[in-house]
Ligand binder design. Structure first.
Ligand SMILES: [Zn+2]
Length: 264
């Protein structure tokens, strides 16, 4: 049996594509953890998504996705926020401030124990701070190719969360820092540029082939969405992919939360 969870990133403004993704997932009965960027969140979106959460408490989960989703390193703008060796105090201030914003705006609908670092970038300091602030789960990315698996194995044996400048994934288990667990995504539905920089558009068959590769290696497969890209043919592709997952007797949908509880 493969457990599948969905995560949708970069929630901020109330847009047509956000409504589309939330409507597809709730209509299909698929739980999803929505990662909200504190500095992007508008009052209108907070009210709307809080209302959907109240209606579907078993399908909609709202968590923290960084604070600003950007930083400048050596004069260069980046969309990541917690890499590049930022000092402890700075990282802690941003994570705490972001959490205060989401608590104020989302109230009881905000689930403050899961954190998704923007661009899946973080360091040891970030994970220690998460543990100190009471976050129990970190969600990032996990790769299943042979080289990555060897590399993760080596990093884990050394008790590192990063090695030679790359992340070591502990997907499905506790990291060696502060008891924080990691539950990460393996499939990026809306990836639109390949490793060679060519434009791509994943079909349902492409997503299924990726799913088969992930499930051969992992008991828990996370699917990442970026709702702002869910336009054109993509809503239909997403629906088709979900139907195909549902039709597989060896697939069980679960929330990231429920999976994290088991990993803890
Ligand atoms: Zn993001």
């Amino acid at each position: 049996m493969t457990k599948v969870f969905f995560r949708d990133d970069d929630v901020g403004e109330l847009t047509g594509p956000l409504r589309t993704v939330v409507e597809i997932l709730t209509a299909e009965g698929v739980p999803c953890s929505y990662q909200v960027v504190p500095s992007f969140l508008t009052e209108e979106a907070a009210r709307w998504i809080g209302g959907v959460r109240a209606e579907h408490p078993d399908l909609v989960f709202l968590n923290q996705h960084g604070f600003r989703h950007e930083q400048t390193i050596g004069g260069e703008h980046r969309y990541s926020e917690f890499d590049g060796g930022r000092p402890y105090e700075e990282q802690k201030r941003d994570i705490e401030e972001g959490r205060v914003v989401l608590r104020d705006m989302l109230g009881e609908h905000f689930d403050a124990h899961l954190f998704t670092p923007p661009c899946h970038k973080y360091d040891d300091t970030t994970v220690s701070i998460l543990g100190e602030l009471g976050f129990r789960v970190l969600s990032a990315g996990v790769k299943v190719d042979a080289i990555s698996r060897v590399y993760y194995g080596l990093g884990r044996a050394l008790g590192r969360v990063s090695l030679l400048g790359k992340r070591v994934s502990y997907h499905g288990q506790a990291t060696p820092i502060a008891g924080v667990c990691e539950v990460s995504v393996c499939i990026d539905v809306d990836e639109d540029v390949d490793a060679a920089g060519e434009k791509i558009e994943k079909s349902c068959d492409d997503l299924w082939a990726e799913f088969e590769r992930c499930r051969a290696a992992l008991p828990v497969v996370g699917v990442m969405l970026h709702h702002q890209k869910c336009e054109g043919a993509r809503p239909e592709t997403l629906r088709e992919f979900i139907e195909r997952l549902k039709a597989d007797p060896d697939v069980e949908f679960a929330s990231l939360d429920a999976i994290a509880e088991q990993a803890a």
